[in-house]
Ligand binder design. Structure first.
Ligand code: ISE
Length: 339
């Protein structure tokens, strides 16, 4: 990589998130440019770079990883394809920012952890973008300073307007609650040891068999309990909330819009359409931080270990959903690389 020029980024997968990352890097991240993209659907890849003159479409993911004009890679392809691409980045010695979940299974994430440990240096970051959201940063600062005393509980709401018809119920955990799983580990700096999943009455507006909503209950090593309402067909918009309850008070994060309108005898605030809209600033800051780190040979952001731990907790919660029983999380030993 040239130390003076922009970091040249390749984006693998140009679906909803990949196309968004292309746009964000090209328009709002400094000292970076998109030079290559790939997607199973070449037309979709071409559309994603229509306004990005520095970029070209390559025929397949490994061509992006190996391209001499790519310094660093964003992986936003299907979850099942992450492992192979991330491994190829490790082999090529290129920094990689992989969308969540790192892999669909804990075993897959652990293989990535082992490969990175073998390499002896970090190259993998996982796209848990909420860590760059100003609201979540304030919550973390409140935990650190014990602004409301010792933390006891965390109440979370995670709602999407609608989901894909007939999506497996496990997707509510693997694809959605996995964000809160990461938030809990990051806010409190401790591991989650147990998960329980409740099935409230099913919404009659869900297309297909998906169990929606769900309530996921997570317990940490020190006994903090976090509940997460996941409701991915709530109909009215994308709504993420988080309330920290401590011994002396609470801190509430409720939406990202700062203004409130008064009109026609009503007070109103916008509700986001989806996560790109709600977390636009977080995505931009995540990508900027990743690029700034690469320039000084630092791999910033959630590690492959964080990706593994989140996947292992999700897997335990999926088991809890299926069995109806509280399930313990069994984590492997954490390698020194992630101390
Ligand atoms: C989606 O895949 C995401 O990653 C969003 O961040 C999450 O909030 C949403 O529930 C998922 O469906």
């Amino acid at each position: 990589m040239s130390k003076t020029g922009p970091v040249r980024v390749g984006v693998i997968g140009t679906g909803v998130m990949g196309a968004d990352h292309v746009r964000t890097v090209a328009s709002s991240v400094s000292r970076a440019e998109v030079t290559a993209v790939s997607d199973l659907d070449a037309e979709r890849a071409a559309a994603a770079i229509a306004d990005v003159p520095t970029a070209r479409v390559l025929p397949e993911p490994l061509a992006v990883v190996e391209d001499p004009e790519v310094d660093a890679v964003v992986v936003a392809s299907a979850d099942t394809a992450h492992e192979e691409t991330v491994m190829a980045c490790l082999e090529a010695g290129k920094p990689v920012l992989c969308e969540k979940p790192l892999t669909p299974t804990a075993e897959g994430s652990l293989r990535i952890v082992a490969a990175e440990v073998e390499l002896g240096r970090r190259l993998v970051s996982v796209g848990f973008m909420r860590r760059w959201d100003p609201g979540y940063e304030e919550l973390r600062a409140a935990v650190r300073s014990e602004a409301v005393g010792r933390p006891l509980m965390l109440h979370n709401v995670h709602r999407n307007k609608t989901s894909t018809p007939n999506a497996p119920s496990a997707n509510l955990i693997r694809g959605s609650a996995v964000h809160e799983i990461d938030v809990v580990r990051w806010l409190f700096d401790e591991e989650i040891v147990r998960g329980t999943v409740h099935r409230p009455r099913r919404s009659g507006l869900v297309v297909g068999e998906t169990q929606d909503p769900l309530i996921v209950v997570l317990e940490t090593e020190s006994g903090i309990v976090a509940d997460v309402e996941v409701f991915v067909n709530c109909q009215y918009g994308y709504d993420v909330r988080c309330e920290l309850v401590g011994e002396t008070g609470t801190v509430l994060l409720d939406g990202a819009f700062h203004t409130r309108m008064r009109s026609a005898q009503r007070v109103s605030t916008l509700v986001a359409i989806d996560w790109r809209d709600r977390f636009a600033e977080a995505y931009r800051r995540e990508l900027q931080d990743w690029i700034d780190g690469i320039r000084v040979d630092e791999q910033r952001g959630p590690t492959a270990w964080d990706g593994y731990a989140a996947t292992a907790v999700s897997a335990a919660c999926v088991e809890a959903l299926e069995s109806g029983r509280t399930t313990n999380v069994e984590l492997a030993a954490r390698p020194d690389l992630y101390a």
